[in-house]
Design a protein around this ligand. Structure first.
Ligand SMILES: NC(=O)c1ccc[n+]([C@@H]2O[C@H](COP(=O)([O-])OP(=O)(O)OC[C@H]3O[C@@H](n4cnc5c(N)ncnc54)[C@H](O)[C@@H]3O)[C@@H](O)[C@H]2O)c1
Length: 373
């Protein structure tokens, strides 16, 4: 029988999943049996999903249409209870990233996977990248540097109630430059650091967080992670840059531009595009049919990510970059930090944080020792 698939959280980034569902439905690979969102969701011409029943309550969806597989694309603070309900309803799950908000939630979800025997894939779609697999085979030695410089206007933080917030209505929520938009960079770097053998286990974080606008979280994150074996990953990402850097992970002489799958291996002078990204829903469906096909993004692969992300979100409020170091973005809509693109490259390349380079608006790093999950 064709696999019955439902989507919870059909608005926002859920549109991306609606397109995947439409494509797989058109190909006869699945039946789309239900959509759910708390808010009304406009049909999209690329993904009309004609005739699919719509629910405003995920419990009602689960008990009415009994899906085999559910995609959950709701805000991170809602993931755990919805995921547990999905397992209780006997369905397998593709859960958006970041999967959970803490190591305690990770352990709870991990126990639920073990006790129910259900399949859980996490929405880190960059883990399906052929370029990542090629870099992992080469497994260059050395410390890692991660840089990215994007621009998000102030309106980005008004798109949804949890954006840029530490809590909503007294409830903790989960956002920040590295925790959310650059989450794939962190996840990929942790995987690359573990390619050569045992998983990379983060032990020490040295963290500097900054904000260029009136938000509660950071929009620029600088972080040095030291692993159990002494290997280090230095991450420098910002959402307040006029100059765009897509996102680069360097290790030894190799560089992976992770959003575009462009790779330069040791000894090569130019980047090569390595095509191919396995879809996470497709991979989950294959794994259901044949357990010998490994899941690309199982929950246990994300344990290090969650430990690091939890520590970032729990850290003291980010330091505000003073207005004197900002200038308006040429297109309007907010401010940028001139030269921050060069700074992120310098931090990622040298392993030295802004305060260690002497950046005038920097503050001393916070040190966090991580407990083992
Ligand atoms: N994989 C990626 O590249 C990627 C990109 C963007 C967002 N995301 C992730 O997708 C998730 C959703 O992000 P978003 O920016 O679309 O958030 P959002 O706040 O826009 O929420 C998405 C939708 O979920 C609905 N929703 C909220 N609570 C619900 C509930 N309890 N039941 C049913 N529907 C509910 C909202 O009404 C909204 O339409 C997050 O986990 C985010 O990190 C992943």
């Amino acid at each position: 029988m064709t696999t019955r698939v439902a989507l919870i959280g059909a608005g926002g980034h859920g549109l991306w999943h609606r397109r995947v569902l439409q494509r797989l439905w058109d190909a006869g690979a699945i039946n789309v049996v239900g959509l759910c969102d708390r808010q009304p969701v406009e049909p999209h011409p690329d993904a009309p999903l004609d005739g699919v029943p719509f629910f405003t309550d995920h419990g009602e969806l689960l008990s009415t249409v009994w899906p085999d597989v559910v995609v959950v694309c709701t805000p991170p603070h809602t993931h755990l209870p919805i995921a547990l309900d999905v397992f209780a309803a006997g369905a397998d799950l593709l859960l958006e990233k970041p999967p959970v908000m803490s190591t305690a939630e990770h352990e709870r979800l991990s126990s639920a996977v073990a006790s129910t025997g259900r399949i859980l894939q996490i929405g880190f779609q960059a883990l399906g990248s052929a370029a990542l697999a090629e870099l992992c085979v080469a497994a260059p030695a050395g410390d890692l540097g991660v840089s990215g410089a994007w621009w998000r206007p102030d309106s980005y933080y008004r798109r949804t109630p949890w954006a840029g917030r530490r809590s909503v209505g007294g409830r903790p929520v989960f956002d920040g430059a590295l925790v959310n938009p650059f989450a794939h960079a962190l996840m990929q770097a942790l995987v690359v650091a573990g390619c050569a053998g045992a998983d990379f286990r983060p032990e020490l974080l040295e963290l500097e967080r900054y904000r260029s606008r009136e938000i509660e979280t950071d929009d620029s994150t600088f972080l040095r992670i030291t692993g159990a074996g002494g290997r280090r990953i230095t991450v420098a990402v910002t959402l307040a840059s006029k100059v765009f850097i897509a996102g680069e992970i360097s290790v030894g002489d190799a560089v992976l531009e992770y959003p575009t799958d462009r790779l330069r291996l040791p000894g090569e002078t130019d980047f090569t595009h390595v095509p191919g990204r396995a879809g996470l829903l497709e991979n989950l469906l294959e794994h259901r049919n044949d357990p010998k096909v490994p899941l690309l993004a199982p929950l246990d692969r994300t344990a290090g990510f969650t430990a690091v992300a939890e520590a970032i979100v729990a850290a003291p409020e980010p330091a505000r970059i003073p207005d004197g170091y900002l200038e308006p973005h040429p297109d309007g809509g907010g401010s940028v930090v001139p030269g921050i693109d060069e700074l992120v490259r310098e931090v990622a390349g040298t392993g030295r944080l802004p305060s260690e380079i002497g950046v005038p608006w920097s503050t001393p790093p916070q040190r966090v020792e991580l407990r083992r999950i």
